[in-house]
Design a protein around this ligand. Structure first.
Ligand code: ATP
Ligand code: MG
Length: 583
């Protein structure tokens, strides 16, 4: 399996002081677990993420350092020091205790990116409860499914969002308390009978709290997966995951004490908690949170205005920035940026190279999942980047490419991407679905559900999700390879590729593409794109059919839903669409 790109890129700006490159995943005595000693353990071997991320800094010269700089969608700003967060999360932990919650109870948020979401999350962890953040753009049904499945006792929300889901609330017997945050008094009628008001509760609560004793094995955060391949699963993590989130923040995101860090992921998805909460703050770094949604100008403006140095984002956002061209970023001063990284979907080589032209540095791709809790495979700072590759496993992570029987496949051959269990941030359960959890482990491997291959230098290349890999006339084709070639065409903004059943070839490759601004769909453009990809891809791999559509169906976390393209093409039921983004 060859990719169309093979250049090796050096990132001029990030010759890392952590110098991990020489270890590249094979030094047994140097692993993620060694980071344990860099944390501040509590008495009797206790471990609590909130203590590691917030309280411990308050015993150092970082006590009054800014932890959070927040900008609201209407331009309001707030900032919080580590000490502010310590006191506020103590208060919220007391609120939960006063409401009678105990260890292991579930507290969910359904909120926009307000500072209160961060206070709720860490206050919940201090109280020994499990935090479950829900993405704010959900409608009533996905919220109901998740609150019902998790048996959440408390929901922290805001008036507008509460109104959106009002109809489902009476049908959730386990949900005892609804706490409403009326930020800046934005809503005129914030309270419904029996709801509790955030500010009332917080005003009454003490700001002194001794964290409930939690151990490394106690549950901490639960996240429902993105639903790209089917019904979302509630992956449950434990406090131990902080070890990996902390050290990958340092090794992969290259976080250093003076950084200003911006993670664009919403806390409703795992990147938004592992790397939008835990990694920056355990590293004592200042982070920016912007409440509003995507806008290319606003995003460049945030980097310029706050002097962002490290930026963690996603391929879908990068493709949206690419859509606007490389001139726009040049009209901003982005010189503060030192390092950028991406996760969530494969990062097309074109996007890595775009980074160099547009923002002066390549984008470092890395791979992980809700279930892995933290970064597992990465192009880390000191390493040469191979555009289109996910990079190499972190030290101590044992990755294999295996066949159906669990045997490892030779270098260069595609197969199931599997990981040996035991990494610090490994999920511990799918909530109330032990059968499904067990089915992910086989012959000593955790099966990720993705297909990949390893090259002779130990770099891993994503082929596709196992369900999305296409079998055409005996060739296994990964959609990513075809999509990456398609988006090299100047008119193509995004591409989604599926296997369409065919009586002779078993499947044929069909591509759906959306166009960049300024291009009109036409037969001649379609033919031009078809001719273009044929020059890039082997005949067996090049799409037999190309269809131009307005936009590709995506999850709310920005992932292309190929299973929907396929269902629609074949006129089949669409399955679970609870995370489908609306146009
Ligand atoms: P579901 O499991 O519900 O179908 P999902 O797998 O999209 O949804 P997430 O856990 O949010 O839910 O996403 C993880 C998946 O995203 C990975 O298994 C992989 O398929 C894809 N992914 C993430 N990062 C990368 C990357 N750098 N390169 C390729 N694929 C990636
Ligand atoms: Mg998944």
């Amino acid at each position: 399996m060859e990719t169309s790109y093979s250049p090796i890129l050096k990132d001029p700006k990030s010759a890392s002081e952590h110098n991990l490159g020489e270890y590249s995943g094979f030094a047994a005595d140097f692993s993620l677990n060694s980071a344990e000693s860099e944390l501040d353990w509590l008495p009797n071997g206790g471990l609590n993420i909130a203590y590691e991320a917030i309280d411990r800094h308050c015993k150092t010269n970082r006590q009054y350092k800014k932890a959070l700089i927040w900008e609201g969608k209407a331009g309001e700003t707030e900032s919080y020091t580590f000490e502010d967060l310590r006191l506020l999360t103590n208060k919220f932990a007391n609120v939960l205790q006063n409401l009678g919650l105990s260890k292991g109870d579930r507290v969910f948020t359904f909120m926009e990116r307000l500072p209160e979401i961060y206070i709720t999350a860490f206050g919940t962890l201090k109280a020994g409860c499990i935090i479950g953040p829900l993405f704010s753009a959900f409608g009533p049904d996905p919220v109901k499914d998740r609150l019902e499945n998790s048996g959440a006792t408390v929901l922290v929300t805001q008036p507008e969002l509460r109104a959106r889901i009002a109809e489902i609330l009476p049908s959730l017997p386990e949900l005892k308390h609804i706490i409403v945050v009326n930020k800046f008094g934005r809503a005129e009628n914030p309270l419904v009978e029996n709801d509790l008001e955030w500010s009332d509760l917080m005003n009454l609560a003490s700001d002194e709290f001794n964290s409930i004793e939690t151990s490394r094995d106690d549950y901490s955060i639960m996240h429902y997966t993105s639903g790209t391949t089917g019904k979302p699963k509630g992956a449950v993590h434990r406090h131990n995951s902080v070890i990996q989130q902390y050290i990958t923040g340092k090794w992969v995101l290259d976080l250093r004490p003076d950084d200003v860090y911006w993670c664009t992921a919403d806390p409703g998805w795992v990147t938004g908690t592992s790397y939008g909460m835990v990694a920056p703050w355990t590293n004592g770094v200042t982070q920016i949170v912007y409440e509003g949604g995507f806008s290319a100008r606003k995003w460049y403006d945030i980097i310029q205005q706050y002097g962002v140095t490290v930026w963690y984002t996603a391929p879908t956002a990068i493709r949206m920035l690419m859509k606007q061209g490389a001139d726009l970023p040049k009209s901003y001063d982005l010189s503060s940026l030192r390092y950028t990284a991406s996760v969530g979907e494969p990062l097309n080589p074109e996007a890595v190279v775009w980074g160099i032209n547009a923002i002066g540095m390549p984008i470092h791709d890395n791979w992980w999942q809700t279930e892995t809790g933290a970064i597992m495979i990465a192009n880390y700072p000191s390493m040469d980047i191979r555009p289109g590759s996910m990079g190499k496993p972190l030290p101590g992570i044992n990755v294999g490419i295996i066949d159906e029987e669990g045997n490892e496949k030779p270098v260069g051959e595609g197969g199931n991407l599997a990981v040996q269990p035991g990494w610090p941030s490994m999920f511990q359960a799918y909530w109330q679905d032990s059968e499904r959890y067990d089915s992910r482990f086989k012959q000593g491997w955790y099966l990720t559900g993705d297909e990949a291959y390893k090259d002779e230098d130990g770099y891993y290349w994503f082929v596709g999700r196992s369900d999305d890999v296409i079998n055409t006339a005996g060739h296994l084709v990964g959609p990513f390879e075809v999509e990456s070639a398609l988006i090299e065409h100047p008119a193509v903004a995004e591409a989604g590729v599926i296997g369409k059943p065919d009586p002779i070839a078993m499947e044929v490759v069909k591509a759906f593409v959306s166009l960049k601004e300024g291009y009109e769909a036409s037969d001649s453009l379609r033919r031009d794109i078809t001719g273009f990809v044929r020059t890039k891809l082997a005949a067996a791999v090049a799409p037999r059919e190309i269809e131009i559509i307005d936009s590709l169906p995506k999850t709310r976390s920005g992932k292309i839903m190929r299973r929907l393209l396929k269902a629609r093409e074949l006129g089949l039921p669409e399955g679970d669409t609870s995370t489908l983004e609306e146009d």
